[in-house]
Write a protein that binds this ligand. Structure first.
Ligand code: FES
Length: 112
């Protein structure tokens, strides 16, 4: 198995950075964002209800209350741990991706 590192900027509050993942995974993208406490988080961009991107390709990840929400059926995810707290996949979690912050960059490391 090969380890691959993908880099992106550090997201600002309220910003979601979409990062392309290498082929060979269900998730084609990662999302990197700040949680409710300002900490950086990285998840696969795959809803836990139906395995499609949370934003359905539209680029919008937050509702009017700044909650992380799936655009298709409205599942709401807690940003700090990716748990679905409302909607059809309640109790399931977004797949968290391991990362480190190196200077001004976020480096996600995955196996493929
Ligand atoms: S596909 Fe995300 S809530 Fe149904």
């Amino acid at each position: 198995m090969e380890r691959v590192g993908i880099e992106t900027a550090i997201p600002r509050e309220g910003e979601v950075l979409v990062v392309r993942l290498p082929p060979g995974r269900v998730a084609r993208e990662a999302i990197v964002l700040r949680d409710e406490h300002g900490a950086v988080r990285a998840y696969e961009n795959v809803c836990q209800h139906v395995p499609i991107p949370l934003d359905a390709g539209g680029g919008a990840f937050f509702d009017d209350d700044a909650q992380l929400v799936c655009a298709t059926h409205g599942a709401v995810y807690r940003r700090s741990d990716g748990e679905c707290v409302s909607g059809p996949c309640m109790g399931r979690r977004l797949a968290a991706l391991p990362f480190v912050i190196e200077g001004e960059r976020v480096r996600i490391t995955i196996d493929r």
